[in-house]
Structures are given as structure tokens and as C-alpha cells.
Design a protein around this ligand. Structure first.
Ligand code: NDP
Length: 247
């Protein structure tokens, strides 16, 4: 990433899986990365330690993105400490799969609160700072489920589909201020989240993927890095699928 040195990047849910890979590519590119976590302090600390020899700097920040006040404090802290936010990656997400008839209110609300309201909370809190500088990039991690819909994921698909529509609307709102807003829609990526999916379901996904393999977190992270870079300077409101040809 040629233009990344000195960039201030906030990655929500950056402790493991796709978020961790995103943190790594930005840190390796010389950025200052604020790694957000909610519950996994140990994983966040270990990541920061592991990346202490990277070209960039890594700092950790606890916040539950589903809580507006915590998202606001996290962004304000980043600006107080580093002067600005250049890139926000809204990656934090959870899945609580289940057929609709059996889905609890809690499983619906938790997934919407983290995956959709969390994107709203963090984007709103970061945008306040980006607008005054007339520059910035926001990248939202959606999902193939948000485009195609997958059975057992009405809550998750609704949230991730909402993220794509949110991305389109916000991109138009912020384009006059020099801020780009894009999304990535990963397919099936090997992380702890997919580790919870049954072997039978994973076999079904594998047979449907034209590339006949699951994706790796790094393969999503490099697309996020591209969207944050000047190489993507004329791209906004877009969702890039990273699905091995599944969509
Ligand atoms: P993981 O379960 O491996 O990691 C999720 C991350 O989100 C953790 O760092 C977790 O931190 C954080 N997180 C969860 N809730 C909150 C919260 N309320 N506030 C702050 N952080 C939170 O997930 P993946 O790496 O697999 O997924 C990352 C993103 O990619 C998600 O948005 C997911 O929906 C999306 N995605 C994943 C796919 C896949 O196949 N893996 C496919 C398509 C999309 P903590 O433990 O501290 O809570």
C-alpha cells in the first residue's frame, strides 16, 4: 500500500479472524492501527505484542460497537491521541444462526445491534472527525449472506444487507466531503465464526464454491486495504464480493 504510511486506521473487532488479518495488512504497510475488541482483551494484547515489530504501530481499545456512547468514546480517543482518523473498517460482527420460527428475540436483536447498529454507531462517530478534514475512507464488512441470503440467517442476512444499503446511502452523503464509503462481501472464510458451522453445512458450501476452497482472512484483508488506498480513489458506494466465485 504505497500511500499508507502514517495513516490512522481504526479496525473494529480486530482481534481475530478477518479483523486480525486486516490489522496485520495495515500494520505491515506502516499505518497506526487502533484495534478494537469487546470481550477478548487477551487476544487483543497478544496481537499488539505480535505486531510490535511491524512497520506500523498497533494500539488496542475496548468498546462494544453496539453501544453508541462506547463507539463515540473510541473514535474521540483515537482523534485525541493521534489527531485524526483516516480509515475506519467496520468489521465487528457476530452470527446467531437459527430458523426464523425458532429464533429468539435476543438472537435477532443482538445480531442487528452488533452487525448493523454497530456500523451506524462507529461510522457516525468517525464521520464527525473525517468531515472536518474533508478526507477519509470507511470500509464495511458485509457478507455474501447480505446479498444472496442464506437459510438460517434471516437476522444476519438482514443486518448485512442493511450494511450494503447503508454503504450506498452514506457514500452519496459523504462524497462531497472527500470521504469514500465501500463494502466487502466475503463468502465462506476460514475463521472462528465458520468454525462454529456444522461439517455438513461446510461440505455443502465447499461443493458450491467454484474455486473449490474456502477463503482465507488475508484474502479479504487485502481487498479492504485496496479500498482504503488511493488506488481506489474513484470507487465509492461499491460492494466487492470475495467469494471464490460463489457470487
Ligand atoms: P470472528 O468471530 O472470528 O471475530 C469477530 C470479531 O468481532 C472479534 O474480534 C470480536 O471481538 C468482535 N466483536 C464481536 N462483537 C463485538 C462488539 N459488540 N463490539 C466490538 N467487537 C465485537 O469473526 P470473523 O473474522 O469470521 O468475521 C469478521 C467479520 O466478517 C464479521 O462482520 C462477519 O460477519 C464477517 N463475515 C465473515 C465471514 C466468514 O466466513 N468468516 C463471511 C462473511 C462475512 P470480541 O471477542 O472482543 O467480542
Amino acid at each position: 500500500m504505497q500511500d499508507s504510511a502514517q495513516k490512522i486506521v481504526v479496525v473494529t473487532g480486530g482481534t481475530r479472524g478477518i479483523g486480525k488479518a486486516i490489522v496485520e495488512v495495515f500494520a505491515d504497510a506502516g499505518c497506526t492501527v487502533i484495534v478494537n475488541y469487546n470481550k477478548s482483551r487477551g487476544e487483543a494484547e497478544a496481537l499488539a505484542l505480535n505486531l510490535s515489530s511491524a512497520s506500523g504501530s498497533v494500539f488496542i481499545e475496548q468498546a462494544d460497537v453496539s453501544e453508541a456512547s462506547q463507539a463515540r468514546i473510541m473514535m474521540d480517543n483515537a482523534v485525541s491521541r493521534f489527531g485524526r482518523i483516516d480509515v475506519l473498517v467496520n468489521n465487528a460482527g457476530i452470527a446467531r444462526d437459527g430458523f426464523l420460527m425458532l429464533m429468539s428475540d435476543e438472537d435477532w436483536q443482538d445480531v442487528i445491534a452488533t452487525n448493523l447498529t454497530g456500523v451506524f454507531n462507529c461510522s457516525r462517530a468517525a464521520t464527525v472527525h473525517m468531515i472536518s478534514r474533508r478526507s477519509g475512507a470507511i470500509i464495511n464488512v458485509s457478507s455474501l449472506s447480505g446479498i444472496a441470503g442464506l437459510p438460517g440467517q434471516t437476522n444476519y442476512a438482514a443486518a448485512k444487507g442493511g450494511v450494503i444499503s447503508f454503504t450506498k446511502a452514506l457514500s452519496k452523503e459523504l462524497a462531497p466531503f472527500g470521504i469514500r464509503v465501500n463494502a466487502v462481501a466475503p463468502g465462506v472464510i476460514e475463521t472462528g465464526m465458520t468454525g462454529a458451522v456444522s461439517e455438513k453445512a461446510m461440505e455443502g458450501y465447499l461443493s458450491a464454491i467454484p474455486m473449490k476452497r474456502f477463503g482465507k482472512p488475508h484474502e479479504v484483508a487485502t481487498v479492504v486495504r485496496f479500498l482504503a488506498s488511493e488506488d481506489a480513489s474513484y470507487i465509492t458506494g461499491e460492494t466487492i464480493c470475495v467469494t471464490g466465485g460463489l457470487y
